[in-house]
Design a protein around this ligand. Structure first.
Ligand SMILES: Cc1ncc(COP(=O)(O)O)c(C=O)c1O
Length: 321
């Protein structure tokens, strides 16, 4: 029996075409993905709108899920349309107005050799109500630390895929940042430039330019980040994509994390522990409070996802249609 203590309002999950009670467990402990992280997943959000819950950029998320599956050589037993319909169904069946949605595709039970030759590919979809990922840091402005460990490099693994195994590095460093009293970690890449957070992209604002990096810098090119680059001109910000050096980061007017879970979360203070946790240098952005442009972007983003900006209704997938 599994309690839904940390999965608010979760009632049912979907597994291979059927709905199951949240409390019910159905997996064999020898499933491949549990041992080797041979899985891929998405984090998707639905928001309340005047027309009922709408899923933000569902198609892009499902496209990425299938892309990730191809990187880990999965033969997906569903079409993209079937997965999109199943995701909508899960939100509906859980009667959620706002939701965090988690599709997970994985090599299941069959064999435990590293090559999952006899392990079928299976899909599970869960949804529940999940507030701001970085808690009240999203409003008050969060603190972050650059961790000593460098992000896995894109020459080592295709980081355009959201593969389960990669998130072991995210989890270890997310824990380390919190142990040192910070809201979140920041990775440098092997080149020593800013990469990303454990589950978020990083953007800076300087002199009216909104800047973020791309996959060449060993980051996942997030759907949120790409959306923000598109809406930036509406707010008088010039979008720019390119490497972000540490110096450029520390000298920015404003900085923030962005991602489906984190939405737009201002960073107000950062400590550089890139040489080790025993000595760090602290930097404060602006006056140590969320910056005005970041606040505007955050508001604009939250308006869009809640269907309050007709220009971007194209990004919404209504659950009740
Ligand atoms: C490592 C990593 N970077 C960035 C992001 C942001 O991506 P998105 O905006 O598509 O959620 C995520 C979240 O999916 C992530 O896990």
């Amino acid at each position: 029996m599994f309690l839904n203590t940390h999965f608010s309002k979760a009632k049912k999950y979907w597994y291979m075409g059927k709905l199951y009670d949240w409390t019910e467990g159905i997996f064999h402990p020898m499933m491949h993905a549990l041992h080797y992280g041979t899985c891929t997943f998405e984090g998707i959000r639905a928001y309340p709108t005047d027309k009922g819950p709408a899923i933000f950029r569902l198609k892009e998320h499902v496209d990425r899920l299938f892309h990730s599956a191809s990187v880990i050589k999965m033969n997906v037993p569903f079409t993209k349309e079937e997965v999109m319909e199943a995701i909508k169904l899960v939100v509906k069946e859980n009667q959620l107005e706002s939701a965090y949605i988690r599709p997970l595709m994985f090599y299941s039970y069959g064999n435990l050799g590293l090559v999952p030759k006899f392990s079928p590919v299976e899909l599970i979809i869960g949804a529940w109500e999940w507030g701001a990922y970085l808690g009240e840091a999203a409003e008050r402005g969060g603190t972050a630390c650059i961790v000593p460990k460098r992000r896995i490099h894109n020459s080592q693994l295709d980081l355009s895929a959201k593969l389960g195994g990669v998130y072991v590095q995210s989890a270890i460093n997310g824990i380390a940042a919190r142990e040192h009293g910070y809201d979140e970690a920041i990775f440098l890449n092997l080149e020593g430039r800013i990469a990303e957070g454990p589950g978020e992209n990083i953007c800076i604002i300087k002199d009216g330019v909104l800047k973020t990096n791309n996959r060449e810098e060993s980051v996942l090119e997030g759907i949120t980040r790409t959306s923000l680059l598109e809406i930036a001109p509406d707010l008088g910000l010039k979008p720019e994509i390119g490497p972000i050096t540490k110096e450029e980061f520390f000298q920015a007017d404003e900085a923030f994390f962005c991602g489906t879970a984190a939405e737009v979360s201002p960073i107000v203070k950062v400590t550089d522990f890139s040489e080790g946790f025993d000595h760090g240098t602290e930097y404060i952005f602006g006056d140590g409070k969320p910056g005005p442009q970041t606040k505007k972007l955050r508001e604009a983003y939250l308006d869009i996802v809640k269907g309050k900006n007709p220009k971007y209704e194209k990004w919404l997938y209504y659950v009740n249609r």
